[in-house]
Design a protein around this ligand. Structure first.
Ligand code: BES
Ligand code: MN
Ligand code: ZN
Length: 502
């Protein structure tokens, strides 16, 4: 997709001009379960000709401006555009830049489904700073444009060709905002492309190759280590998972080290890269097992985040680490009862070989500390329990440091993502106690997401750390008006915002 900037919506020649409509009515529209307040709908642009062109359709009852409602007007009077698309954004009072992102995504998906592959989007005039509006719109357009590539032999390319964002403001600042939006949107889609691939086309080796190619393109240092190096580093927890597979594991390390970065502060981003999770000897049921191709989403998120960071160039050092492996049952697989010694020296009793994500992350997090990371974030499709707790709406956040949590949650807010903090009290520690080793790798079903996080906490020591359990949010079973079903690329924008010091 190409994006461009321009001005004057009514003068702009395009197949379709998309604009935001909002409801300015004061009253709550539902009382006693009945809707009795009429919406007061306005077109959010300062261009009077566009408002005039929408006047007749707004005079009827068809347009209510509720979130994601779309109305297409053909041959709008006195506009150079062939069509006018009104996209609802809900109540004006609560409208945010996160909503604008989704509205832009809705416009993209609505129009591409009608075969309209280039259009213009008029930025709202005074709801937020123009740069914030442009950046949110561009992000929403890229995120909305994504559809999982399929292997259908008759598949057609329906992707958007070009979108022009129409906004008043300082052209240089708007162009910079557009670049930011494009970098974030493209990086999120880079992650989604990786997650979408099935495991026979996204082995640890292939994931590492994709990381290497991306690193070359954006100017990151890249180091890829195989089985020998993983064993040499004494990563017994990671290797315990990897030993059961014919596919060699890969330890991917990306470094972003700008010359102007302050010394003494290094952010470490550690991702779970299980390219397929059968459960190992504690094998999963067949029903739905195919979904376990997305068990490398945390790793793919970190690769996409490193891509965005390399292009946005914040003034701080960042190291990205992905522990990539399959989790397979085989004659060489680890077995329940086995003891593994992690890189940190801690001994682990393997109770359940399906609790493999925490094993690969244990060594990834410890390794990040040995590389000098002073702050850690990990992302992982770690537990089914977090899906039970938070559904497919909020990712789970865990933190061992309240100040870091506060900073990170600001970044989450500014990225417009949804995450919910879960506890990590010491009281949970006894659940992962082992009789014959330092800890067990599974604390059973109750509080499963917390038990997994408690396990990880053992390997970060006193380093401030955030753990994101994205098992419920990395893959959507149903599409949204602004988002295709399939891989979401969740957490990437929050992590990048955090790295930029928002
Ligand atoms: N990859 C799974 C978690 C998962 C579940 C991701 C559903 C996405 C959707 C993880 O490796 C796993 O199997 N976790 C087990 C842990 C248990 C054995 C302690 C789980 O959640 O059941
Ligand atoms: Mn598992
Ligand atoms: Zn897993």
């Amino acid at each position: 997709m190409k994006t461009a900037l321009s001005i004057n919506p009514s003068e702009f020649e395009t197949d379709c001009l998309a604009v935001l409509v909002l409801d300015h009515s004061e009253k709550d529209s539902s009382r006693n379960g009945r809707s009795d307040a009429k919406p007061v709908v306005t077109v959010e642009t300062s261009d009077a000709a566009v408002r005039d062109a929408a006047a007749s359709v707004l005079a009827g009852s068809e347009v209510t401006a509720k979130m994601f409602e779309t109305t297409l007007v053909h041959a709008p009077a006195k506009l150079k555009a062939k069509r006018l698309l009104l996209v609802g954004g809900g109540k004006a009072k609560t409208f945010s830049s996160a909503d604008l992102r989704r509205v832009a995504g809705t416009a993209a998906r609505t129009l591409k489904s009608k075969g309209i592959r280039s259009f213009a989007f008029a930025a709202p005039s005074d709801l937020m700073p123009a740069e914030l509006a442009v950046r949110s719109i561009v992000e929403g357009l890229y995120i909305g444009d994504f559809d999982s590539d399929t292997y259908k032999s008759d598949r057609k390319d329906t992707s958007l060709q070009g979108v022009t964002v129409l906004s008043a403001g300082d052209p240089a600042k708007l162009a910079a905002a557009m670049d930011e939006g494009r970098i974030l949107g493209e990086s999120q889609n880079f992650t989604r492309d990786l997650v979408n691939e099935p495991s026979n086309r996204m082995t640890p080796t292939i994931l590492a190759e994709r990381a290497r190619k991306m690193a070359e393109e954006v100017g990151l240092k890249c180091e890829i280590m195989g089985p020998d190096k993983i064993k040499e580093l004494k990563m017994g927890a990671f290797w315990g998972v990897a030993q059961g597979s014919e596919e060699p594991p890969a330890l991917i390390v990306l470094r972003y080290e700008p010359a102007d970065a302050p010394a003494g502060s290094v952010l470490g981003l550690v991702g779970k890269g299980v390219t397929f999770d059968t459960g190992g000897i504690s094998i999963k049921p067949a029903d739905g097992m195919e979904k376990m191709k997305y068990d490398m989403a945390g790793g793919a998120t970190m690769l996409g985040a490193m891509r965005a960071i390399a292009l946005l160039k914040p003034k701080r050092k960042v190291i990205g680490i992905v522990c990539a492996t399959e989790n397979m049952p085989s004659g060489t697989a680890q077995k329940p009862g086995d003891i593994q010694i992690a890189m940190s020296g801690k001994s682990i009793e393997i109770i359940n070989t399906d609790a493999e994500g925490r094993l690969v992350l244990a060594d990834g997090l410890h390794y990040a500390r040995t590389l000098g990371c002073t702050e850690l974030i990990d992302a992982a499709t770690l537990t089914g329990a977090v899906v039970v707790a938070l559904g497919q709406i909020n990712a789970g956040i865990f933190a061992n440091d309240d100040a870091l949590y506060e900073r990170f949650s600001k970044a989450v807010k500014s990225a417009g993502e949804k995450m919910w903090r879960l506890p990590l009290d010491e009281d949970y520690r006894e659940i992962i106690r082992s009789n014959i080793a330092d800890i067990v790798n599974s604390g059973g079903r109750y509080g499963g997401a917390i038990n997994a996080a408690m396990f990880l906490k053992e390997f970060v020591a006193d380093t401030p750390w955030i753990h994101l359990d994205i098992a419920g949010t990395a893959w959507m079973d149903d599409g949204k008006p602004w988002l295709a079903k399939g891989p979401t690329g969740v957490a990437l924008r929050s992590i990048v915002e955090f790295a930029r010091g928002v």
